[in-house]
Design a protein around this ligand. Structure first.
Ligand code: HEC
Length: 70
């Protein structure tokens, strides 16, 4: 294998790894923002309870039950 083939092969390999990685991130985003439903409780909310979309899953709601407060 000559020098050019090795370089072309390496570039091809890096491009496919990058594409697979981007797909994994998209898949993870889809799962985290929907399927796993963490946002049901962990959505950041304003003082009127409105969701603050720009804050993502950084918030949470208060559970105030007689045996505990979380
Ligand atoms: C039914 C509501 C609910 C859902 C759905 C939920 N959580 Fe939570 N989560 C809580 C509550 C309440 C706490 C705080 C518990 C406490 O104070 O002990 C918490 C705490 C956490 C913490 C902090 C733990 C710590 O030790 O401080 C993490 C991280 C977390 N949740 C991640 C997630 C992820 C990831 C998902 C989705 C897979 C998720 N949660 C779904 C209610 C929920």
């Amino acid at each position: 294998m000559n020098r050019f083939s090795k370089l072309a092969l390496s570039a091809l390999l890096l491009i496919s790894i990058g594409a697979a990685w981007a797909q994994d991130i998209e898949r993870g985003k889809y799962l985290m923002e929907g399927v796993v439903a963490c946002g049901n409780c962990h959505f950041a909310r304003g003082d009127k309870g409105q969701p603050l979309f720009e804050k993502g899953l950084s918030g949470g709601m208060l559970f105030e039950e007689p045996p505990f407060k979380a």
